[in-house]
Design a protein around this ligand. Structure first.
Ligand SMILES: [Zn+2]
Length: 210
């Protein structure tokens, strides 16, 4: 069951042309991300393509394959805010601040209000985060997966406070998440199920029945 969790090994890398565009866009005033210019569109499509590959087409928070609960959305781990209420805008295009998340994880109301940085540093790597960071933390140090009480799905059991907070912000144990996880696990088992053995068992059962 543990293999269900996504651990991202590689970060996003920009091409030379993208780096040049980013130099021009610096210092990324609030709202830069939402501009409709061809350069921003091109950057976003590059980010999405690379992250889809790096994450094995699964959500960075709930580990669900994309297109089961929703498509992939680019998510800023430290919120960038918008033109009116900018937040950590300097990290708008920081590779370690970008992941793909599903709509279930990207949409909860709490997420928009909460900050994920508790101690900020100009160097992103030296910031302290209050959530399980998809690049810097080992997911297996923070969660255990377990069946929920009704045995209808799989829930995230927190081992640490960071995990507790992440589950809360992204609503990782809501019904939609729990059910989707359970279904994915069953589908996986069916795929790897030894068909020849189940045939034997079925034949034996039929014999008993006769
Ligand atoms: Zn998700």
């Amino acid at each position: 069951m543990l293999k269900m969790l996504v651990q991202i090994k590689d970060r996003l890398r920009y091409t030379k042309a993208h780096k040049k565009t980013l130099r021009k866009l610096r210092p990324f005033p609030g709202g830069t991300w939402d501009k409709k210019s061809p350069q921003i569109k091109d950057l976003k499509s590059h980010i999405k393509k690379i992250l889809l590959f790096n994450q094995g087409e699964k959500c960075a928070y709930c580990s669900q394959p994309f297109n089961i609960t929703s498509g992939a959305e680019i998510e800023h781990i430290a919120p960038k805010g918008g033109a009116v209420y900018p937040r950590h805008t300097e990290f708008t295009f920081t590779a370690h601040n970008l992941v793909l998340a599903c709509h279930l994880c990207n949409s909860p109301v709490k997420k928009g209000r909460k900050d994920t940085i508790i101690s900020k540093n100009i160097n992103y790597r030296n910031c302290t985060f209050n959530i399980v960071h998809p690049y810097f933390d080992n997911v297996y140090d923070h969660y255990k997966l377990t069946l929920d009480d009704t045995l209808s799905g799989i829930i995230y059991k927190p081992i640490t406070n960071k995990a507790k907070n992440t589950i809360d912000i992204f609503d990782l144990n809501n019904e939609a998440h729990v059910t989707a996880r359970g279904e994915q696990s069953v589908a996986k088992q069916l795929k790897t199920h030894d068909v020849s053995k189940s045939r034997e068992l079925l034949l034996a059962a039929i014999q008993d029945y006769k």
